[in-house]
Ligand binder design. Structure first.
Ligand code: FAD
Length: 337
């Protein structure tokens, strides 16, 4: 690991100044909890000359607040553990609390931040291995195409086949999340515009510019919302597939539905056809919910070893919908003798 300067800014705006292009450092790297940044340093994937530590910024105030216009504000540095147990989120943005509570391990959730979770880099083992010069590192090929692709994307044309690793990002998508920024002319970007597909820029996954720092997130409340993930190791793994669902239900009928998948495409993958099919269904109509969930598979183009993800996605969408409706079915673990 190369030596670097540790910068301790007093505000996000100060951090943004240090991070800005043409500043005092050649390659400054922003660090919140550091779970992903330290992995990169240790693997030799990043060699910064300055690490700008924003972990403690905003920690003195509440992690989550309700705003006057009814929306909900989450601080950039709020930990996943705080989100998972926050009473405002548990009551009015259940999908966020559930997605945060399902990520990683208790120890990691105590450190990992909301902003860092959104911007963590992909887990593709070729990207993560310093010896594979893949497309994401300026190389000329995606090794997953003819290689080990059990955990890669089932949607999207490539040329890079990563899956988006964040639990929180799809939850933000179904609640019309906004990502608030400092360090540039714009003060926010919609969660829906935060990420891009590989063909729009292969070296990064998001649309933030150098020097833009996330200060907080806002989202609209939706009590009827739910999350479900299927993992190889339920205790700590990244999901093989996950789904986030937000519903507006009136008199027992689903009037609005927004559905987003994670871990199946290079970006959080909206499923508008599923949302449209759920609209008008009775909240107790299991057949209609199951039929809508089947539409999640439309357009999937699995690679050699990841066809299993299609069924996991359909099941995740169905279960997330039932969870949003307060009609959770027992998990595999619960029904085992
Ligand atoms: C064993 C294990 C299992 C895991 N399982 C899951 C899982 O199931 N689901 C899941 O979602 N994640 C999972 N993770 C990933 C983990 O949740 C993320 O690495 C963590 O949330 C990153 O947060 P952080 O605060 O540590 O970010 P950091 O590592 O500090 O930063 C990550 C990225 O975000 C950028 N960043 C951080 N804060 C800001 C800001 N304010 N503005 C702009 N950029 C910023 C950094 O520059 C960096 O690029 C797992 C990790 C491990 C080790």
């Amino acid at each position: 690991m190369n030596p670097f300067v540790l910068v301790q800014p007093r505000s996000h705006a100060q951090a943004a100044k240090v991070m800005a292009a043409g500043g005092s450092y050649r390659l400054p790297v922003l660090k919140a909890g550091g779970i992903d940044v330290l992995d990169h340093l240790k693997e030799g994937l990043l060699s910064p000359d300055a690490v700008v530590n924003v972990r403690r910024l905003g920690a003195e105030g509440p992690a989550v607040t309700r705003l006057a216009d009814g929306s909900i504000r989450i601080e950039a540095g709020a930990t996943l553990a705080q989100l998972a147990s926050d009473p405002i989120l548990l009551a009015d943005a259940t999908v966020v609390a559930q997605s945060a509570g399902s990520a990683a391990t208790p120890a990691i959730r105590n450190i990992a931040s909301a902003a860092g979770n959104l911007l963590q880099r992909p887990r593709c083992w070729y990207y993560r291995h310093a010896q594979f010069e893949c497309l994401k590192k300026g190389g000329s090929m995606c090794f997953a195409v003819d290689g080990e692709n059990a955990h890669h994307a089932i949607f999207g044309p490539g040329p890079c086949h990563i899956v988006h690793p964040s639990n929180l990002a799809p939850a933000l998508m179904v609640l019309d999340g906004q990502v608030h920024l400092t360090g540039s002319k714009r003060d926010r970007i919609a969660a829906a515009d935060l990420f891009h597909m590989p063909d729009k820029g292969i070296l990064s996954e998001h649309n933030l510019e150098q020097g833009e720092v996330i200060t907080h997130l806002t989202l609209r409340p939706r009590p009827t919302s739910g999350f479900h993930a299927v993992k190889a190791k339920q205790s700590f793994d990244w999901p093989s597939a996950l789904a986030c669902v937000s519903l507006r239900v009136e008199e027992g009928v689903i009037r609005e539905a927004s559905v987003c998948a994670g871990a199946v495409a290079p970006v959080p993958w909206m499923l508008p056809r599923v949302g449209a099919a759920l609209k008008g269904a009775k909240a107790t109509d299991d057949a209609a919910i199951a039929a809508a969930a089947e539409l999640a598979a439309e357009g999937a183009k699995p690679m050699r070893d990841n066809g299993y993800k299609v069924a996991l996605l359909v099941a995740s969408v169905r279960r997330a919908t039932l969870r949003a409706l307060g009609r959770e079915t027992p998990s595999f673990r619960e029904i085992r003798p």
